[in-house]
Design a protein around this ligand. Structure first.
Ligand SMILES: *Cc1c(COP(=O)(O)O)cnc(C)c1O
Length: 391
């Protein structure tokens, strides 16, 4: 008999390697595989399943919208699209004249941001070492990892990568040719790396002094992940644009570029950008359900509280093999003494927990924002045995 994974290997491009599980369904912060085994989902679809699995508000919103309209093209608009744009402008604190462009993924939001930056009349882009901004050929030029880039070079030119969280290096790289600085507020794929509090403030000053845009990539950090609506908000800056995706649709594909203020929002004009699916009513209804639920259930406070409690629990337990915990809210990395993260993913799974080896020595947690203190504690309590087995 052919197994599902054999059928997968025979039918899907191997770019993702071999999937770890065949998942059948989920509920809250748990998923169940086709063999009936249950796992606490601390990956959360890589910071996507903001409301967890099978959340009634999301199910209801999608079901209702599907019975009404799924897609109409951008020759037309829908109440859901307008409402979600207004909502994003409000929660991002964007000033008057700010605007939203909807697309379908994080990398597409970055593509839109790159095109926005070109409309300044300059070409230079400054990003950070360790940065991840997506896999399409434009966004890939901003992504730093050589293994992702090199097979596809030449990419778009005039991109400089500077050490992350290094103000002097950023200042030295930005000049009159710089169209935009593009930064994550916390680097996700690099291993959940947080800069000092004043880094984004310095980036804001440097961009303004050079007449360049400051574009903050909130694809992983946005939509409550760090305990604020957006990661940049903690530093009190006003960016020129932000990119959003992952958590926004709660699992339904949607991305957005938000341009701040009238000047930046005037850079892309009619006909200069577009997408067939972007802003479709199904995805926008999902986005509204996610934002409504985060607000109604006080999830921003919840994320801050359970994230801090979890980090404290792991740190104070003095678990052998754990060097510390990085990150904010529910975007966390457990930093290990040894490079055994890949093995720990396997032993964690054996004990009923899904985690991600974001680096050889770091486990990333980006669980549903609705995960409880008690659910997180089960993982903290299991961690000593998970690491013991992995070693
Ligand atoms: C995941 C991610 C992207 C790319 O998003 P996709 O939806 O996978 O295209 C871009 N930027 C950041 C910061 C991300 O974490």
């Amino acid at each position: 008999m052919t197994t599902e994974l054999e059928r997968y290997a025979a039918s899907l491009l191997p770019v993702f390697g071999t999937p770890q599980l065949v998942i059948d369904h989920g509920d809250g912060a748990y998923v169940v595989d086709t063999a009936g085994r249950r796992y606490l989902d601390l990956v959360g679809g890589i910071a996507v399943n903001a409301l967890g699995h099978n959340h009634p508000a999301l199910v209801e919103a999608i079901t209702k919208q599907a019975g009404q309209l799924v897609h109409v093209s951008n020759f037309f608009t829908t109440p859901a699209q307008i409402a979600l744009a207004e909502r994003l402008l409000r929660i991002s604190g964007a000033p008057a004249g700010s605007k939203v462009f909807f697309c379908n993924s994080g990398t597409e939001a970055i593509e839109a941001a790159i095109k926005l930056s070109r409309r300044t009349g300059r070409r230079g882009l400054v990003a950070a070492q360790g940065a991840f901004h997506g896999r399409t050929t434009g966004a890939l030029a901003l992504t730093a990892k050589a293994a992702y880039r090199e097979p596809f070079e030449p990419l778009i030119p005039d991109v400089t990568h500077v050490p992350y969280a290094d103000v002097a290096a950023l200042r030295a790289a930005v000049g009159p040719e710089t169209a935009a600085i593009v930064l994550e507020p916390v680097q996700g794929e690099a291993g959940v790396v947080e800069p000092a509090d004043d880094y984004l403030r310095a980036a804001r000053e440097i961009a303004s002094a050079a007449g360049a845009l400051l574009i903050i990539d909130e694809v992983q950090t946005g939509i409550g992940r760090t305990g604020d609506w957006f990661g940049f908000q903690r530093s009190g800056i006003v960016p020129d644009a932000i990119t959003v995706a992952k958590g926004l649709g709660g699992g339904v594909p949607i991305g957005a570029l938000i341009t701040f203020g009238e000047h930046t929002s005037g850079l892309l004009t009619a006909g200069q950008h577009g997408t067939t699916f972007g802003g479709n009513p199904l995805a926008c209804a999902a986005g509204l359900a996610v934002l409504d639920t985060i607000e109604a259930d006080g999830l921003l406070e919840h994320v801050g509280a359970v994230g801090d409690a979890f980090a404290a629990r792991v740190t104070e337990a003095g678990i052998p093999g754990v060097r510390g915990v990085r990150g904010r809210g529910l975007l966390r990395a457990i930093v290990l003494e040894e490079e055994i993260a890949a093995q720990a993913v396997v032993t964690a799974r054996g004990q009923g927990f899904l985690v991600n080896a974001v680096a050889p020595d770091a486990l990333r947690l980006a669980p549903p924002l609705v995960i409880t203190d008690a659910e997180l504690a089960t993982f903290a309590d299991a961690l000593p045995r998970i690491l013991e087995e992995a070693a």
